[in-house]
Design a protein. Structure first.
Length: 323
Protein backbone atom coordinates (compact mmCIF):
# COMPACT_ATOMS: atom_id res chain seq x y z
CA UNK A 1 0.00 0.00 0.00
CA UNK A 2 1.18 3.51 -0.86
CA UNK A 3 -0.50 6.50 0.74
CA UNK A 4 -0.09 10.28 0.43
CA UNK A 5 -2.46 12.74 2.08
CA UNK A 6 -4.55 15.01 -0.15
CA UNK A 7 -4.36 17.64 -1.48
CA UNK A 8 -1.25 16.45 -3.28
CA UNK A 9 1.65 18.92 -3.11
CA UNK A 10 2.41 20.66 -6.44
CA UNK A 11 5.97 19.28 -6.24
CA UNK A 12 4.59 15.81 -7.02
CA UNK A 13 3.51 16.83 -10.52
CA UNK A 14 6.86 17.01 -12.27
CA UNK A 15 7.79 17.34 -15.95
CA UNK A 16 9.85 14.83 -17.89
CA UNK A 17 13.62 15.21 -17.81
CA UNK A 18 15.39 16.24 -21.05
CA UNK A 19 16.71 13.12 -22.78
CA UNK A 20 19.09 12.39 -25.63
CA UNK A 21 17.87 10.46 -28.71
CA UNK A 22 19.62 7.34 -27.38
CA UNK A 23 17.91 7.69 -23.98
CA UNK A 24 14.52 8.27 -25.64
CA UNK A 25 14.86 5.12 -27.71
CA UNK A 26 15.92 3.13 -24.64
CA UNK A 27 12.95 4.40 -22.59
CA UNK A 28 10.57 3.36 -25.39
CA UNK A 29 12.05 -0.15 -25.38
CA UNK A 30 11.67 -0.47 -21.59
CA UNK A 31 8.11 0.88 -21.62
CA UNK A 32 7.04 -1.47 -24.43
CA UNK A 33 8.47 -4.46 -22.53
CA UNK A 34 6.64 -3.48 -19.33
CA UNK A 35 3.39 -2.98 -21.25
CA UNK A 36 3.76 -6.39 -22.91
CA UNK A 37 4.11 -7.91 -19.42
CA UNK A 38 1.01 -5.96 -18.26
CA UNK A 39 3.10 -4.17 -15.65
CA UNK A 40 2.45 -0.73 -17.14
CA UNK A 41 -0.40 0.99 -18.96
CA UNK A 42 -0.65 4.27 -20.84
CA UNK A 43 -2.75 6.97 -19.15
CA UNK A 44 -5.50 8.32 -21.39
CA UNK A 45 -5.79 12.00 -22.34
CA UNK A 46 -9.17 12.29 -20.59
CA UNK A 47 -7.89 10.96 -17.23
CA UNK A 48 -7.11 13.29 -14.35
CA UNK A 49 -3.39 13.34 -13.56
CA UNK A 50 -2.21 14.75 -10.22
CA UNK A 51 1.16 13.04 -9.75
CA UNK A 52 3.86 12.45 -12.37
CA UNK A 53 7.42 11.28 -11.81
CA UNK A 54 10.22 11.67 -14.38
CA UNK A 55 12.47 8.74 -15.24
CA UNK A 56 16.22 8.47 -15.72
CA UNK A 57 17.99 6.21 -18.21
CA UNK A 58 21.32 4.92 -16.93
CA UNK A 59 23.91 2.87 -18.81
CA UNK A 60 26.35 0.17 -17.75
CA UNK A 61 28.35 -2.09 -20.07
CA UNK A 62 26.25 -0.93 -22.99
CA UNK A 63 22.95 -1.92 -21.34
CA UNK A 64 20.30 0.58 -20.27
CA UNK A 65 18.11 0.70 -17.18
CA UNK A 66 15.02 2.85 -16.59
CA UNK A 67 14.75 4.28 -13.07
CA UNK A 68 11.94 6.42 -11.70
CA UNK A 69 13.07 9.47 -9.72
CA UNK A 70 10.63 8.96 -6.83
CA UNK A 71 12.50 11.16 -4.34
CA UNK A 72 9.73 13.77 -4.20
CA UNK A 73 7.11 11.05 -3.67
CA UNK A 74 9.19 9.47 -0.90
CA UNK A 75 9.13 12.77 1.00
CA UNK A 76 5.32 12.76 1.31
CA UNK A 77 4.70 9.02 1.59
CA UNK A 78 3.07 7.80 4.81
CA UNK A 79 4.77 4.51 5.82
CA UNK A 80 2.46 1.54 6.27
CA UNK A 81 2.38 0.08 9.79
CA UNK A 82 2.53 -3.67 9.47
CA UNK A 83 4.29 -6.23 11.72
CA UNK A 84 7.26 -7.88 10.03
CA UNK A 85 8.30 -11.35 11.22
CA UNK A 86 11.68 -11.49 12.94
CA UNK A 87 14.28 -13.55 11.10
CA UNK A 88 15.62 -15.38 14.16
CA UNK A 89 12.10 -16.45 15.15
CA UNK A 90 11.44 -17.90 11.70
CA UNK A 91 14.78 -19.70 11.70
CA UNK A 92 13.93 -21.22 15.08
CA UNK A 93 10.61 -22.48 13.71
CA UNK A 94 12.50 -24.16 10.86
CA UNK A 95 14.80 -26.07 13.22
CA UNK A 96 12.67 -29.23 12.99
CA UNK A 97 11.91 -28.93 9.29
CA UNK A 98 12.78 -31.84 7.03
CA UNK A 99 12.33 -30.02 3.73
CA UNK A 100 13.26 -26.43 2.96
CA UNK A 101 12.18 -24.94 -0.36
CA UNK A 102 13.80 -21.89 -1.92
CA UNK A 103 11.94 -20.05 -4.67
CA UNK A 104 12.79 -17.08 -6.83
CA UNK A 105 10.52 -14.79 -8.80
CA UNK A 106 11.07 -13.00 -12.09
CA UNK A 107 11.26 -9.22 -11.55
CA UNK A 108 10.75 -9.49 -7.80
CA UNK A 109 9.57 -5.91 -7.23
CA UNK A 110 6.89 -6.31 -9.89
CA UNK A 111 5.34 -9.22 -7.95
CA UNK A 112 3.88 -6.72 -5.44
CA UNK A 113 0.27 -5.81 -6.28
CA UNK A 114 -0.81 -2.15 -6.08
CA UNK A 115 -4.19 -0.80 -5.02
CA UNK A 116 -5.89 1.79 -7.26
CA UNK A 117 -4.84 4.79 -5.14
CA UNK A 118 -1.21 3.67 -5.23
CA UNK A 119 -1.32 3.21 -9.01
CA UNK A 120 -2.36 6.84 -9.47
CA UNK A 121 0.66 7.94 -7.43
CA UNK A 122 3.11 5.79 -9.38
CA UNK A 123 2.72 7.45 -12.76
CA UNK A 124 5.85 8.16 -14.75
CA UNK A 125 6.23 10.78 -17.45
CA UNK A 126 8.47 10.48 -20.51
CA UNK A 127 8.66 12.14 -23.92
CA UNK A 128 6.03 9.77 -25.35
CA UNK A 129 3.38 10.20 -22.66
CA UNK A 130 2.30 9.33 -19.12
CA UNK A 131 2.27 5.72 -17.94
CA UNK A 132 0.90 4.07 -14.81
CA UNK A 133 2.51 1.17 -12.96
CA UNK A 134 0.15 -1.75 -12.32
CA UNK A 135 2.69 -3.47 -10.07
CA UNK A 136 5.35 -2.08 -7.74
CA UNK A 137 8.20 -0.48 -9.72
CA UNK A 138 11.80 -1.30 -8.92
CA UNK A 139 13.24 0.26 -5.74
CA UNK A 140 10.88 3.21 -5.46
CA UNK A 141 12.00 3.74 -1.87
CA UNK A 142 15.12 3.19 0.29
CA UNK A 143 17.40 5.85 -1.24
CA UNK A 144 21.17 5.70 -0.81
CA UNK A 145 23.31 8.38 0.84
CA UNK A 146 27.03 8.66 0.15
CA UNK A 147 28.94 10.62 2.81
CA UNK A 148 32.39 11.87 1.75
CA UNK A 149 35.26 13.66 3.48
CA UNK A 150 38.85 14.50 2.55
CA UNK A 151 41.81 15.80 4.54
CA UNK A 152 45.59 15.87 4.24
CA UNK A 153 45.82 12.37 5.75
CA UNK A 154 43.39 10.57 3.48
CA UNK A 155 39.98 10.13 1.86
CA UNK A 156 36.97 8.58 3.55
CA UNK A 157 33.41 7.71 2.55
CA UNK A 158 30.41 5.92 4.03
CA UNK A 159 27.48 4.51 2.06
CA UNK A 160 24.17 4.51 3.97
CA UNK A 161 20.60 3.50 3.23
CA UNK A 162 17.34 4.25 5.03
CA UNK A 163 15.11 1.34 6.00
CA UNK A 164 11.87 1.02 7.95
CA UNK A 165 12.47 -0.83 11.25
CA UNK A 166 9.69 -1.12 13.83
CA UNK A 167 7.64 1.44 11.89
CA UNK A 168 10.45 4.01 12.06
CA UNK A 169 12.87 5.14 9.33
CA UNK A 170 16.37 4.14 10.37
CA UNK A 171 19.47 5.10 8.42
CA UNK A 172 22.18 2.47 8.57
CA UNK A 173 25.60 1.92 6.99
CA UNK A 174 26.24 -0.44 4.10
CA UNK A 175 30.00 -0.03 3.77
CA UNK A 176 32.91 2.17 4.86
CA UNK A 177 35.91 2.91 2.63
CA UNK A 178 39.10 4.93 3.01
CA UNK A 179 42.57 5.33 1.59
CA UNK A 180 45.66 7.44 2.13
CA UNK A 181 46.61 10.46 0.07
CA UNK A 182 49.28 9.88 -2.58
CA UNK A 183 52.32 12.21 -2.58
CA UNK A 184 51.18 13.99 -5.75
CA UNK A 185 47.68 14.50 -4.31
CA UNK A 186 49.10 16.08 -1.16
CA UNK A 187 49.74 19.23 -3.24
CA UNK A 188 46.04 19.60 -4.10
CA UNK A 189 44.03 22.41 -2.60
CA UNK A 190 40.96 21.79 -0.47
CA UNK A 191 38.63 22.12 -3.46
CA UNK A 192 40.47 19.56 -5.57
CA UNK A 193 40.82 17.21 -2.62
CA UNK A 194 37.07 17.11 -2.00
CA UNK A 195 36.32 16.54 -5.70
CA UNK A 196 38.93 13.78 -5.79
CA UNK A 197 37.22 12.13 -2.82
CA UNK A 198 33.85 12.18 -4.58
CA UNK A 199 35.20 10.69 -7.82
CA UNK A 200 37.16 8.00 -5.96
CA UNK A 201 34.19 7.07 -3.73
CA UNK A 202 31.79 6.80 -6.69
CA UNK A 203 34.19 4.41 -8.37
CA UNK A 204 34.50 2.24 -5.26
CA UNK A 205 30.74 1.88 -4.63
CA UNK A 206 29.63 1.88 -8.28
CA UNK A 207 28.08 -1.59 -7.93
CA UNK A 208 25.66 -0.19 -5.32
CA UNK A 209 24.81 3.10 -7.02
CA UNK A 210 24.64 2.06 -10.67
CA UNK A 211 21.19 2.98 -11.92
CA UNK A 212 19.94 4.28 -8.56
CA UNK A 213 19.04 7.75 -7.30
CA UNK A 214 21.19 8.89 -4.37
CA UNK A 215 22.42 11.87 -2.36
CA UNK A 216 26.04 12.86 -1.81
CA UNK A 217 26.54 14.43 1.63
CA UNK A 218 29.57 16.69 2.07
CA UNK A 219 30.74 19.37 4.49
CA UNK A 220 32.36 21.31 1.63
CA UNK A 221 29.70 23.52 0.08
CA UNK A 222 31.67 24.28 -3.09
CA UNK A 223 31.76 20.70 -4.46
CA UNK A 224 28.60 21.21 -6.52
CA UNK A 225 29.77 24.47 -8.10
CA UNK A 226 33.22 23.02 -8.79
CA UNK A 227 31.76 20.12 -10.73
CA UNK A 228 29.73 22.58 -12.83
CA UNK A 229 32.60 24.98 -13.62
CA UNK A 230 32.64 26.26 -17.20
CA UNK A 231 36.43 26.63 -17.39
CA UNK A 232 37.88 23.97 -15.06
CA UNK A 233 41.52 22.98 -14.81
CA UNK A 234 42.64 19.64 -16.21
CA UNK A 235 41.99 17.70 -13.00
CA UNK A 236 38.46 19.04 -12.52
CA UNK A 237 37.68 18.52 -16.22
CA UNK A 238 38.67 14.85 -16.07
CA UNK A 239 36.63 14.36 -12.92
CA UNK A 240 33.60 16.09 -14.45
CA UNK A 241 33.72 13.66 -17.37
CA UNK A 242 34.26 10.60 -15.17
CA UNK A 243 31.06 11.20 -13.16
CA UNK A 244 28.78 12.09 -16.09
CA UNK A 245 26.87 8.81 -15.79
CA UNK A 246 25.80 9.77 -12.24
CA UNK A 247 24.74 13.37 -12.99
CA UNK A 248 21.04 12.64 -13.52
CA UNK A 249 20.83 10.45 -10.40
CA UNK A 250 23.01 12.36 -7.95
CA UNK A 251 22.08 15.26 -5.67
CA UNK A 252 24.88 16.97 -3.71
CA UNK A 253 23.77 18.08 -0.23
CA UNK A 254 25.79 20.25 2.16
CA UNK A 255 25.96 19.22 5.81
CA UNK A 256 27.56 21.31 8.55
CA UNK A 257 31.02 20.13 9.62
CA UNK A 258 29.81 19.99 13.24
CA UNK A 259 27.44 17.11 12.45
CA UNK A 260 29.39 15.59 9.56
CA UNK A 261 31.18 12.97 11.65
CA UNK A 262 30.50 9.47 10.34
CA UNK A 263 33.25 9.57 7.70
CA UNK A 264 35.67 12.09 9.25
CA UNK A 265 37.31 9.33 11.25
CA UNK A 266 37.75 7.32 8.06
CA UNK A 267 39.68 10.09 6.30
CA UNK A 268 41.83 10.93 9.32
CA UNK A 269 42.70 7.28 10.04
CA UNK A 270 42.65 6.04 6.46
CA UNK A 271 43.61 2.53 5.45
CA UNK A 272 47.02 2.11 3.84
CA UNK A 273 47.20 1.92 0.05
CA UNK A 274 47.78 -1.75 -0.78
CA UNK A 275 46.96 -4.07 -3.71
CA UNK A 276 43.82 -5.07 -1.76
CA UNK A 277 42.96 -1.40 -1.14
CA UNK A 278 44.35 0.42 -4.20
CA UNK A 279 44.49 4.20 -4.28
CA UNK A 280 43.18 4.26 -7.82
CA UNK A 281 42.03 1.96 -10.61
CA UNK A 282 44.93 1.27 -13.01
CA UNK A 283 44.41 3.09 -16.27
CA UNK A 284 44.68 1.53 -19.70
CA UNK A 285 48.05 1.62 -21.38
CA UNK A 286 48.73 4.74 -23.42
CA UNK A 287 49.05 3.93 -27.09
CA UNK A 288 51.31 5.91 -29.42
CA UNK A 289 49.14 7.64 -32.01
CA UNK A 290 51.93 9.49 -33.79
CA UNK A 291 55.47 10.86 -33.63
CA UNK A 292 56.46 14.42 -34.48
CA UNK A 293 60.06 15.67 -34.72
CA UNK A 294 60.42 19.45 -34.52
CA UNK A 295 62.93 22.14 -33.67
CA UNK A 296 60.27 24.55 -32.37
CA UNK A 297 61.28 23.83 -28.79
CA UNK A 298 59.40 25.08 -25.77
CA UNK A 299 56.59 26.83 -27.66
CA UNK A 300 55.59 23.65 -29.52
CA UNK A 301 55.76 21.66 -26.27
CA UNK A 302 53.33 24.08 -24.59
CA UNK A 303 50.95 23.73 -27.54
CA UNK A 304 51.12 19.93 -27.40
CA UNK A 305 50.45 19.83 -23.67
CA UNK A 306 47.53 22.24 -24.07
CA UNK A 307 46.09 19.93 -26.75
CA UNK A 308 46.61 16.91 -24.50
CA UNK A 309 44.71 18.53 -21.64
CA UNK A 310 41.84 19.41 -23.95
CA UNK A 311 41.66 15.95 -25.51
CA UNK A 312 42.31 14.17 -22.19
CA UNK A 313 45.29 12.42 -23.78
CA UNK A 314 48.84 11.85 -22.63
CA UNK A 315 51.50 13.42 -24.86
CA UNK A 316 55.14 12.54 -24.33
CA UNK A 317 57.45 15.21 -25.78
CA UNK A 318 61.16 15.30 -26.53
CA UNK A 319 62.96 18.40 -27.81
CA UNK A 320 65.89 17.87 -30.18
CA UNK A 321 68.47 20.59 -30.83
CA UNK A 322 69.00 21.76 -34.41
CA UNK A 323 72.49 20.32 -34.51
Amino acid sequence: MLNVEKPYPPLLKRPAYPASPRARKASEVHINKLMDLVLLRKVGHNEQVEVTTPVIITWHNGKSRMVGDFRALNTYTIPERYPIPRIHEKLTQLSQAKFITAMDALKGFHQNVLIDNAKRLLRIIVHCGIFEYLRMPFDWKLPFKLYIDACVEGLGAALHQTQIINDNPVEGPICFISRQIKPTEARYGVSQMECLCLVWALGKVHSYLDGTVFDVITDFNAVKSLLNMENPNKHILRWQISIQEYRGNMTIVHKSVNIHKNEEGLSRRALANTPENPAWVPQEEHHIEGICVTDKGVQWTKTAISYANFQLKTVKTHHFHQN
